[in-house]
Design a protein. Structure first.
Length: 490
């Protein structure tokens, strides 16, 4: 019998992140480099394709795949696609005259086994045994249990490779030195177990701040084991955790909703300096005086009634959109580019554009954050048809891009003036293990995807406030709160 609570995603039949009575697991993204591209040198002879390998050649394997599809008239049709494979994997694209083959973890049954048996583990030894299957190729894992153990695994499926090569780029498929040499053992990957500080954090960032000064050191591992950099959310998490002791569920939730936005700390002083240095006759001086004053008086913390939060976010969004392509060309993170590469005038003009957009969209740039940042769930669609004319709820927390621990952001192209969250905290839980498990959780909106259900949006107001509900984990708790009872087959 499976007795676990948590979130399931993408049609999975196992609990992706959650807990049973004895252990809990949480997954974050951005572990090691687990997918590689091989540039194959291909030639054609007599209608067949060959690729260079070592001192010789090998034939590409050709496979015809029938793809069924529904035509414009609604009738089913099919198309045959020929796929070519080198021993590295399927050919997926062409670049610079080379055919690119992709190599990745391809053991679905073993991966499903690992994903399921971890939900039934009762202690660290059993959980570690599941991790030893080494088929989690997309996640980092944060672990805790009733015995008082905490642990962190940065990735899980990590191929052994020659560190001389830059595995972020396609490697030469004809060179045998680029072959994978098996998988790293779990003990050889970036892990933590019971660090002396008593806490572990990860925010889809690097693992080298996961436990403050007790974190793993980058120099001890191949570069391909950790590909993501630090991020403002990780910096924020360490600040919140490093001086805390003896957490309760209430204090843990409060810490998780600390409202600082540390991404603005290095950006704002440069904006202020740019304005201060303007000549008195420069028209930007009076045009931006009130905006700069509002930002100088801001504590870099979000709040529903904060005008400065709105202005700062729109300013940062403008810079990210305007200079994102340049940052990409420079192979820099956009936040680093915004901090180090922009001229004083570019920063000021971005603030002017942000002010103008706020005024155009909301009537004035002095618009409180809660009027702009909203929660809305109108239909059961995965992609919501957001609509400024329909009811919505104010949400104080902001995008993880700016360091918000309670992450809330919009990434699809905006068709509205308001910001409607669709990315960030969707399922959140705080768990206390002991003789009897205690837990609280919250969902974005509600458990049901049916707009007619009373549970379609019954958690929405609590979610927007950062308020959690009690988890009904034990059978007797569920029985006391039953709305209806169902048994398969009845």
């Amino acid at each position: 019998m499976l007795n676990a609570y948590g979130a399931v995603t993408w049609g999975q039949f196992f609990v992706y992140q959650g807990f049973n009575e004895r252990i809990g697991w949480m997954h974050t993204s951005g572990g090691g480099d687990v997918i590689d591209e091989y540039a194959e040198t291909v030639t054609e002879r007599d209608g067949r394709f060959f690729y260079r390998y070592g001192a010789g050649e090998r034939a590409l394997k050709a496979v015809d795949i029938t793809l069924p599809y529904k035509g414009a008239d609604g009738a089913m049709a099919s198309k045959v696609v020929r796929v070519y494979y080198s021993h590295h994997g399927p050919i997926v694209r062409e670049a610079d005259g080379k055919w690119l083959a992709v190599r990745l973890m391809n053991q679905p049954r073993k991966a499903l086994t690992q994903s399921f048996i971890r939900t039934k583990a009762r202690n660290y030894a059993a959980f570690h045994k599941a991790m030893e299957l080494r088929t989690n190729s997309s996640n980092n894992t944060v672990y805790a249990d009733a015995d008082g153990n905490i642990a962190y695994f940065h990735g899980n499926f990590i191929p052994v490779r020659d560190s001389r090569f830059d595995w972020r780029q396609p490697v030469d498929g004809s060179d045998p030195a680029t072959e994978w040499r098996g998988l790293h053992a779990v003990k050889d990957t970036i892990t933590l177990f019971n660090p002396p500080n008593g806490w572990i954090q990860n925010t889809n960032n690097w693992p080298f701040s996961a436990a403050g000064k007790y974190s793993p050191r980058a120099r001890d591992y191949p570069a391909y084991m950790s590909m993501n950099p630090e991020n403002p959310r990780g910096i924020h998490a360490v600040r919140v955790l490093q001086d805390q002791r003896d957490f309760t569920i209430d204090s843990l939730i409060a810490s998780a909703y600390d409202n600082a936005l540390p991404a603005f700390e290095p950006l704002l002083p440069k904006l202020f300096a740019a304005w201060d240095e303007l000549a008195e006759g420069d028209p930007l001086k009076p045009a931006l005086a009130a905006q700069v004053a509002a930002l100088r008086g801001w504590d870099t913390r979000y709040a529903l009634d904060s005008v400065a939060t709105s202005l700062a976010v729109f300013w940062a969004q403008d810079m990210a959109a305007s200079f994102g392509p340049s940052a990409k060309s420079a192979k820099m993170l956009v936040l680093d580019y915004m901090e180090t590469r922009l001229t004083a005038r570019e920063r000021l003009l971005a603030l002017q554009r942000a002010s103008d957009k706020l005024a155009a969209d909301f009537g004035q740039w002095q618009t409180p954050w809660g009027e702009i940042n909203r929660f809305q769930r109108l239909t059961g669609d995965v992609v919501q048809p957001f609509d400024d004319s329909k009811p919505s709820l104010p949400v104080a927390f902001a995008s993880a891009n700016w360091g918000s621990l309670a992450a809330y952001g919009m990434t699809t192209p905006a068709k509205t003036k308001r910001i409607y969250g669709e990315r960030g905290n969707s399922f959140v839980a705080a768990v206390e293990f002991g003789p009897r498990l205690k837990a609280r959780s919250i969902l974005a909106g509600g458990q049901s995807g049916d707009p007619a259900s009373p549970h379609f949006a019954d958690q929405a107001e609590m979610y927007a406030r950062g308020e959690f509900k009690e988890v009904l984990f034990y059978p007797e708790d569920v029985e006391r709160n039953l709305e209806r009872k169902y048994h398969p087959g009845q």
